[in-house]
Design a protein around this ligand. Sequence first.
Ligand SMILES: *Cc1c(COP(=O)(O)O)cnc(C)c1O
Length: 810
Amino acid sequence: MYTLDTILPYINHSKISMPFPQTTFSVLAYDTRKIRVGDHCLFFALVQQRDGHRYIPEAYEKGVRSFVISDTEFDVRLYPGANFVWVENTLRALQEIAAYHRSHFSIPIIGITGSNGKTIVKTWLHQLISAEYNCYQSPKSYNSQLGVALSLWNLTAEHKIALIEAGVSKAGEMAVLEEMIQPTMGIFTSIGPAHQGGFDSLEQKFQEKWKLFKRAKTVVAPSSVWSHSLEEYRDCITWGREDSDDLQLLELHRDRDSTILELLYKKQVFSLSVPFIDKASIDNVLTCTLVMLTLGYGIDVIKIRILALRPLEMRLQLKKGKYNNSIIDDTYSNDLASLQIALDFLAQQNQSSIKRLILSDFEGEEWTKSSILKLADMLNVQPLDQIILVGSRLEPVKENLSIPSLLFESTDALLESLQHLSLVDSVLLLKGGRKFELERVSRLLVEKSHDTILEINLKALENNLSQYRSCLKKGVKIMAMVKAFSYGSGSFEIANVLQFNKVDYLTVAFVDEGAELRRAGITLPIMVLSPHEGTFDDILLYRLEPEIYSLRILKSFVAFLKERSIEAYPVHLKLDTGMHRLGFMKDEIEDALTIVRSTLSIRVATLFSHLVGAGSDTLKSFTIEQISLFEHMATEIESSLGYTVIKHICNTSCIVHHPEAHYDMVRLGIGAYGFDMAPNGLQLEEVGSLKTTITQIKHLSKTETVGYDRRGVLLRDSKIATVKIGYADGYDRRLGNGVGTMLINGESVSTIGNICMDMCMLDVTDIDAKEGDEVLVFPDLDQVAHNIGTIPYELLTGISSRVKRVYFYE
Ligand SMILES: *Cc1c(COP(=O)(O)O)cnc(C)c1O
């Protein structure tokens, strides 16, 4: 807890209005949706993605009384009793406070950066050294300008060492992170082309990242990260294959599922057994080993602990559970910060109003009276119906809970009683440390998974949304297209994220799709593109808003509403400006307007049209014609209606290409899922990854053939893998015979023979592959689509419903 007046000297402010300078705060808030109770929050009106000043009324409503803002015009008289600090840059102020907090600690603070492996090295090190140190690690992948500040804020006097991850996406960012973290020791994991985006060259990226170690006394890195031009950076502790390396890798023997490393450290040769075989994991283990050696750990201890490492499922997963539950599975680590993230994700879920938490004890935590109370306080303000605690040390937490709770001594005890707990019809968060093996509970609660899954990255969806948001002028709304099962990626799972992130409208193709979202608790307005007479009842029942595209549907909907004496029902008028699919042509407008003006039953909520080729250069002049025709028609309609309506014409590719056509709203479709033919500088992330596994491997001589009709002709003795995906799953039959490629252990392989209904075969002769290995089915969706003469839309929406969707949120 700090008081406002103590921190004031540490932030660069221009003005204050502070009736109560002694106000204390312990929470740095920037997102009103995450505020449960307002006192003790210091709210920062961040302006990076949305203008945080707009959320001040809501924060005040929730009890927040201390604000850091940048808008000099902001009228604070509306907020009696509240404290305001004006700064030039609110994010900077938040970082300054985090840096001030960090300055109170003289413990080792280890800064971790690199292109890949940061999060895994951090999490593994935490596991490896927790027995000796009360070790703090920054939660999940909180490594950005904001994430690092929030991470540091969680440091407490009980921590003896801290692992802080730092990530940068463009030049200039690391200096700010370094100022905050001030690492006493550094770890550089790797350098690679990942996130090349904001850098001119690999050298520039490397130099930027290295700035994290400005003050660090020791830096651990693989020697392979230096190219010749970077000799000057050589001053640190390294691992690698060279004689000059502090930890030298002499030999490496790969087995079926483990690797033996022969290593040399300070003239001592030893072998280390590693429970992984992939290169990335082995690199990360070597980094961790050298850090442990540097911290003074003995080789024997290191051997035992490395052997116990497990690959991390580092993500919060949302799964379909048995008994009508949704399960949020987050069973790899547990601490206050990551618990908060998981609880926030739980709060976003609307599909059931009953919310439960199963929570294990925290590994390595030495509970004190104050930390017990802190946990109980945090839980008591959550919208939870039941809390199930695992671990007898949590007894005092239970005593302080006001929410109905149960306590089990161990995971075994919970498993024994599980069937009597009637865990049905709820959203259930499973949150536990690795040691507690809550994944055993998850296995019993989650529906069995098929080997072929479509992984959906909800964080990527959020990222894409904010990328497009950053292209829009203030006030322009977003309608998110969730038709066709959200382009194949899910129903309420996607809609919950969009609703939480405040899009303005959702759009579905059919009434059924909208009804499903309503039943799952989605409250946003929902437009239906293709309504028809038979579905009007459901439109009313589920408060859906129809697209009105013809005189016939207009007349029948008005008549339908009139019979029920319904007035001002929102509808969306579709104008045909050249697509010639649905919509009113120019010469039909007058008749339509006559009907609209003469009835009270409907109110035109929006006017819109659709472009035929917004992303195409060759169709540019046609697009411009469509836009101007739309503008012309819309102006005429508005003036005839006598009220203004929301106008929209842009789909994804139009957003970037025709900012002049954003009007009041844009319709974001495929871009939200990570695809845009010409994203022009936007950094999109693919939301879905289709994955399967190798079922069997065969060694065949060159005289054999593979698959139906002997189409898979071998030209050499070959190793052939059968994978569990076929055309019935949405793997197009045209991708057979070498047209399709998949990725196994980072290597590209081609199909061989015809695609079967439920399976297909891959030529894996040239790569390391074994049964059970994971296979990425569409490593480059644009390219695959192009190869068979279609578009990513068709492939995405064609992934069949029998392919299980697994959602995660990083
Ligand atoms: C599908 C659809 C969109 C979204 O198109 P994207 O190219 O996926 O952005 C927009 N408007 C209408 C009417 C649509 O049917």
